[in-house]
Ligand binder design. Sequence first.
Ligand code: BES
Ligand code: MN
Ligand code: ZN
Length: 497
Amino acid sequence: MSQRLKLEVKHLNAIGGQDLVILVSDKLAPPKIAEEWLGEGTHALLARAAAADRFKGKALAGLTLLAPDGAGYERLIVLGVGPDGERDKLDFAKLGGAIAGRLGHGRSADIIAALPDSQIGPEQVAELALGLRLRSYVFDRYKTKTKEADQAEPFTVTLRVADPAAVKKAVKAREAIAAGVEIARDLVNEPPNVLYPEEFAERAARLEKLGVGIEILDEKQLRKIGMRALLGVGQGSRRESRVVVMRWNGAKASVQPVAFVGKGVTFDTGGISLKPGAGMEDMKGDMAGAACVTGLMHALAARKAKVNAIGVIGLVENMPDGNAQRPGDIVTSLSGQTIEIINTDAEGRLVLADVLWYTQDKFKPRFMVNLATLTGAILVALAQENAGLFSNSDELSERLAAAGKATGESVWRMPLGAAYDKMIDSKFADMKNSAGRYGGSITAAQFLQRHVNDTPWAHLDIAGTGMGSPNSETNRSWGSGWGVRLLDRLVSDHYES
Ligand code: BES
Ligand code: MN
Ligand code: ZN
């Protein structure tokens, strides 16, 4: 990752960049405070440009025009914030993202952080700054040509605000979250020859310097514990499997922890039930759940969240091989239940079955949320707009839905129930790992639920939202880092002492 954004926060009493960014309402009125910098003739120019471009000041819409002679800046970038009456609907992170989308490489810009009709509070300016930063992320580690290199030239942005000290403080508080999202994106974007289970475990272990306790379980230990469902998935790979336990103790030792669990299939070929070749390269992202958990643990530790949190990730590579698992195999999971393998490509649920059981048994958490790029079927149902939410708890579901609304990382609740559960009964074992295409996301979730006791639990199927360039105002990266902001928000809204 390279950080293209150089952000400064300064007082409104001066401007100095090449571009000037202002926010206008649906009446195309700029904030009073911006007037003194706009220069003679700018209003007329703006009105003409808006008419030509049919720009009506709608929220997040934008317009770029050349400044009139002698204005003291080169371009005027205008972002709409909609009608004055609808200000509470405005998402400042998205607005920051929309602004970043209009900035130029190697250029400098001043953003007048004021609304046409009012000031913007420090928290909202900080959200805007977060959006600027998230949208500016590029993964260019493997680009060596100079042509691409100047794409990575930074842009310098100065936020012009009424109260720089307060804004700086609020911006700083969000740096932990931004860094957490970037860590998750990097992990998802990394190629699978670089990021295999052991390497992933080592990257997670970097959180140690923030005070996160790290435990890496190797295959010998996993065998001893009894994670045979997870090990079965990894047995066809030359790369050894790993489980990593991350612990952040930000509250008193007596406070029950919250737990986050991630699917970390560093590459999913499908195994013996081999996937078709076209598009298989995307299966490097099949560890987006584990990436999110790692980024989240970073965020919580870096902002010293007053919570005890556990992150557990199951890291395996699913490969076809002479030693690979076969359709027809029966494995015994950590829960003691037996599983008939119907399709070796339904591997994520096998990994999670053991890791979920382990987490609830060992840590007795207040709740468990798992994230997994679990099924293609969730893309069929929800596209890349929502993650699928499956849960045994209405309270946890409602809290996740609210956090989703607040962060823009939205979830849509899907059904669970006895009729769906029956679909994974097996002729030869306690259950089977695949029930075919119908309701594919639901039967996968039922499988997970068979490995959850009465711990409040939610499963987020992020096959659509976590990878494959789910573009939004705050994301242009292939690996989106989806879920870090959502779960950080869940924690800060409800579980910090
Ligand atoms: N990792 C895939 C799901 C996936 C698909 C993630 C597309 C991201 C984008 C998962 O392991 C898988 O292969 N699921 C199968 C399940 C089936 C064999 C029951 C699927 O969705 O087809
Ligand atoms: Mn698979
Ligand atoms: Zn998979």
